[in-house]
Write a protein that binds this ligand. Structure first.
Ligand code: ADP
Ligand code: MG
Ligand code: ZN
Length: 560
């Protein structure tokens, strides 16, 4: 029998294994129930395709998307591997052909959707086949702690466990937090987990903040024009935005197609093919696009709005640079976009309140991503339970603004949060707005709780604009000093806060509004001779200050 390495070379034409592949293959061949967590584009398909060829009998691959299955089957045919799919779009002839090749034991791989497993006919068929291995791809959807929970998958797992041939089991995903990993390990009785680094060295992560609708469109147009001829995906949060943006890009002479679940199957298939076969440069899409699309030369992924979770974000940007060449992921971050995502959560059907709350927590973590000044890649690796050094190339690593000591202001906010919590005598903190208002000495309207104006910290940041305080609170949340908890998003202290309150730890922030204001004041003219020069400096500093304030608060500069 050919070894795994020989199969890799002979059948797939690759020279060596990538990180994690061999370990997964060996574990599966040893009969261990295996979970593989590798980044998008990391090469997960080969980790079951090779065992499928080495084992006798048939390997079933459960995969959530039709388009994905078709792609994979086509690719396997090109490599000379007999693979089939059973799906609802097949006509009788196609179905019979697939069936025959399974019953004759010609086919080595069978791709199917989880819903398919539920039908009695299919289940009986499977029990007649010599199945050696069952693969669950995109397995994160099995966990309710994951970002894309699909209950239909659960039933499929139950059936797998009942198959008479007692096949080997493996599960694969690109995105699993430690909690999701633990959940999957338990559900699937995993014996061997292989987890490779989530870092993709060829992917540079950027964020652009404070752009309004027009600003975002202009940014995207300019970017595409500067990258003419390269493939890119623009993710937009709603179908309406996809349509509007596609139209606007097309009007600007850009070769773009739209893609969302509201379009006909035909139109969607065409859009996907146009993109895959490089007939169009850009696809503008909702998150319905992309799972399992194996286009290797996507050079950039731009998010017009923020996604619902860091996991979703990471999965979506993973579609850039599968070929290993330098690629970019850019998030156009506007805090206002959080509203769209909140709306999705509040109006999601058939979801338990617990599930909705979990989605709120995930959205908050995405908001933290937007406010952090930490290396963006590091933020993501930490989110997934890994911790990497600064990448040196993301927009935060390249931020050259000077870091200012804001410890005193941070202490004021943190101690106010503590006192507010005590005044309520409970666990549930007050929300951001109430906290900000009381910090600047205002009692919000219709406010019936405790006598907040009696607190010693009431008004401790009097005179500071509200937007500035909110931005400071967001920063303290993002850096792990404050936490947002409960359905009403109350503020409580996070573990790192104590060190700041005790003065053991400094809080630094890159060039916040205050420091620029200080610099403006410091620029007051001293002698007549250099008055003009200095005045110009002051005006310029003021202008910069307004732009910065607009950037941080996302309020258009002309209002400030
Ligand atoms: P994933 O499912 O992890 O997102 P894929 O299995 O689709 O990734 O693989 C991504 C790309 O990497 C594919 O084009 C695949 O052919 C290629 N690839 C996988 N393994 C290797 C390898 N060992 N050497 C070179 N290329 C590989
Ligand atoms: Mg895959
Ligand atoms: Zn970085």
């Amino acid at each position: 029998m050919a070894t795994a390495l020989e199969t890799l070379k002979q059948t797939f034409g690759y020279e060596s294994f990538r990180d994690g592949q061999e370990e997964i293959i060996n574990a599966v061949m040893n009969g261990e129930r295996t979970l593989g967590i590798m980044p998008t584009g990391g090469g997960k398909s080969l980790t079951y395709q090779i065992p499928a060829l080495m084992l006798p009998g048939i390997t079933i691959v459960i995969s959530p998307l039709l388009s994905l299955m078709k792609n994979q089957v086509d690719e396997l045919h090109e490599a000379g591997v007999p693979a089939v799919t059973l799906n609802s779009t097949q006509n009788d002839d196609e179905y019979r052909a697939a069936m025959n090749s399974l019953l004759n034991e010609e086919a080595k791989l069978l791709y199917m959707a989880p819903e398919r497993l539920g039908s009695e006919g299919t289940y009986n068929l499977l029990n007649r086949l010599p199945i050696s291995l069952v693969v669950i791809d995109e397995v994160h959807v099995l966990s309710q702690w994951g970002h894309d929970f699909r209950p239909s998958y659960l039933a499929a797992v139950g059936l797998i466990n009942n198959l008479e041939s007692a096949p080997r089991v493996m599960a694969l995903t690109a995105t699993a937090t430690e909690r999701v990993q633990a959940d999957l390990e338990e559900m699937l009785h995993i014996q061997h987990t292989v987890r490779t680094s989530v870092v993709r060295d060829n992917l540079t992560i950027r964020m652009e903040k404070g752009l309004n609708k027009k600003g975002k469109e202009d940014f995207i147009k300019t970017y595409i024009k500067e990258h003419r001829g390269e493939s890119g995906i623009i993710y937009a949060p709603t179908r309406k935005t996809v349509d509007a943006l596609t139209e606007s890009l097309t009007a600007a002479g850009i070769n773009a197609v739209g893609y969302h679940a509201g379009m006909s199957d035909e139109k969607r298939a065409k859009a996907q093919d146009d993109f895959i076969y490089d007939r169009t440069d850009v696809v503008v899409a909702t998150n319905a696009f992309g799972m399992g699309i194996n286009k290797s030369n996507v050079r950039y992924v731009i998010h017009y709005g923020i996604p619902g979770s860091v996991e979703a974000y990471y999965q979506e940007i993973g579609r850039a640079g599968r070929d290993g060449l330098p690629s970019e992921a850019i998030l156009l971050y506007a805090a206002a976009d959080l509203q769209t995502q909140r709306f999705f959560i509040d109006n999601s059907d058939n979801q338990t309140p617990e599930y909705q709350n979990l989605q709120r927590v995930k959205l908050q973590e995405m908001a933290n991503y937007g406010a952090t000044q930490m290396c963006l890649q590091r933020y993501i690796t930490r989110y997934f339970g890994e911790d990497t050094p600064d990448c040196g190339r993301c927009s935060n690593c390249l931020d050259t603004r000077e870091a200012v000591d804001i410890t005193t202001d941070a202490q004021k906010v943190l101690s106010h949060v503590v006192r507010m919590l005590k005044s309520r005598g409970g666990e549930n903190g007050f929300g951001k707005t109430v906290t900000a208002e009381t910090l600047r000495g205002k009692v919000p309207d219709n406010f019936a709780w405790a006598n907040l104006d009696q607190l010693p910290t009431f008004g401790i940041l009097r005179g500071t604009p509200r937007v500035h305080i909110i931005s400071l609170i967001d920063y303290l949340i993002a850096e792990g000093y404050l936490r947002v908890t409960g359905q009403y998003a109350g503020l409580t202290l996070a573990p790192d806060a104590m060190a700041v309150l005790k003065g053991e730890r400094k809080v630094m922030r890159r060039q916040d509004i205050r420091s620029i204001g200080d610099r403006v004041r410091a620029g007051s003219p001293s002698t007549r001779d250099d008055l003009d020069e200095q005045q110009r400096g002051v005006f310029e500093a003021l202008r910069q200050w307004r732009l910065e304030l607009a950037r941080v608060t996302e309020i258009p500069p002309f209002i400030i």
